[in-house]
Design a protein around this ligand. Sequence first.
Ligand SMILES: Cc1cc2nc3c(=O)[nH]c(=O)nc-3n(C[C@H](O)[C@H](O)[C@H](O)COP(=O)(O)O)c2cc1C
Length: 357
Amino acid sequence: MPGGAIGGPAFGPGPAGQAQAVRGAGAAMPVPPPHRLSVAPMMDWTDRHCRAFHRTLSRRAQLWTEMVTAPAVIHGDRERLLGFEAAEHPVVLQLGGSDPAQLAQAAAIGADFGYDEINLNCGCPSDRVQSGCFGAVLMERPELVAECVAAMIAAQPRPVTVKCRIGVDDQVPEEVLPAFLETVSAAGVRHFVIHARKAWLQGLSPKENREIPPLNHALVVQMKRDFPQLEICLNGGLTARDQVPGLLDQGLDGAMFGRAAYHDPAAVLLGADSTLWGQADPVDSAEGAAEAMRPYIARHLERGGRLHQITRHMLGLFTGRPGARAWRRLLSEAGGRPGSGLADYDAALAAVVSRAA
Ligand SMILES: Cc1cc2nc3c(=O)[nH]c(=O)nc-3n(C[C@H](O)[C@H](O)[C@H](O)COP(=O)(O)O)c2cc1C
């Protein structure tokens, strides 16, 4: 059973993308929406264990699934592909595809599972994705994207969002990006996440496509000025949470972190709830997050899962701190051993704590 369907949002995020009122002493105070800071969809990385871990550092940040293709959602093992725990809210399901009917069906299934938003991937440049005519190649087909999102919106009640690039190949971003936003927003999308670099569909690997095309943050800021009615979040090359207030000051609605959130999660997520949402932080240290993960890990092990399936996402928790290498090494060694468990986890944590003392 999907966690979202059982318990509903654990932290009351409300309809995704909208500020909601939280009652304290006195008047209701608006809480900014979760996409103020989000952790990007990353294939093989942002699985449910990674999201459960990131959730120990921030209750508010919006977390995203890996991309799942619409046919996989329709024909595949749904619980394995889509299952998640209530504590992961607010969480966004990212879909890949370009067939409006399939995407509509997949979006409806995702909504039934309890996802807060459904996103369409228009930014992923990998060969496999291009051959299926989806991902970044859709930057060349805004009318088709509009058809897809219109079908997804009609099929289910959750907000439908789009994650895109500023253009592909020899497109001129200053021309194609506003035209893309115009066409796709006319079909009902209000929220865009823009990876602020082009994708080159020929000749670059997916990894090179995240590094070589130059970043153009200014163009994304300009899009927010040109389309003030849209929610526009910036993605690409951000390294730490303290960059977010400056981006918000420029008018943007939020910042999405990919690699930095994975490799140095504390730099991005620790303290986010208090600084960006005015809420209490769930933990005040990386050690606190490691402690908070123990019950989750224990449950996973009891169900026959392996330690490494969770701890592989946690290797960067102490990045830049004394003991970081010992933590990484001890967890990696334990990951390779059959039968490793909480004692190995505790030993790795003790090594960090003793170095820090
Ligand atoms: C390992 C990996 C897998 C990724 N998978 C996806 C994906 O499934 N969908 C997507 O839209 N972007 C994907 N991306 C791109 C990220 O979402 C993000 O747009 C990109 O890494 C730029 O952000 P960053 O500079 O903060 O890392 C992936 C990135 C990485 C590193």
